[in-house]
Ligand binder design. Structure first.
Ligand SMILES: [Zn+2]
Length: 133
């Protein structure tokens, strides 16, 4: 059954992240003044509020910070249950993504990014167990 889930919108502040994911790169905002990597994307650094921000390619490694399993089907055709994980990247920011592991996440478990195309034109990062190669 085809999912009725709408594709994520391409908001201007997310385009660098989404285009990076389509290339298999985890693009994360960075402050050019203090070096802080942050999430979600925004026009200023959340630490020092400077507008001198850009993007870096993150290695995509981190650890499980928290997770939850969804049992409710919000869109026709979606597979349930599914697991959503909050990952603390080794570079600092927290990302909330889909979990790809075969078993439940474990708090503080090492994880690595992978990418999955959602619909016709959006690719998103997701995380599962692993260590950098
Ligand atoms: Zn800063």
């Amino acid at each position: 059954m085809t999912s009725t889930r709408p594709e994520p919108p391409r908001y201007p502040e997310d385009i660098e992240h989404l285009d990076g994911a389509a290339r298999g790169e985890l693009r994360i905002p960075v402050c050019h003044c203090c070096g802080e990597q942050f999430w979600p994307p925004g026009p200023v650094c959340p630490r020092d509020f400077t507008a001198d921000v850009g993007w870096v390619t993150d290695p995509g490694t981190g650890r499980v910070n928290s997770w939850v399993r969804f049992h409710k089907r919000y869109f026709t055709g979606d597979d349930v249950p599914y697991t959503v994980v909050q990952v603390r990247l080794d570079s600092g920011p927290n990302l909330t993504t889909t979990w790809t592991g075969p078993t439940d996440p474990v708090i503080d478990e090492p994880v690595v990014v992978s990418f999955r195309q959602i619909g016709a034109s959006v690719t998103l990062p997701e995380f599962g167990p692993g260590v950098p190669s």
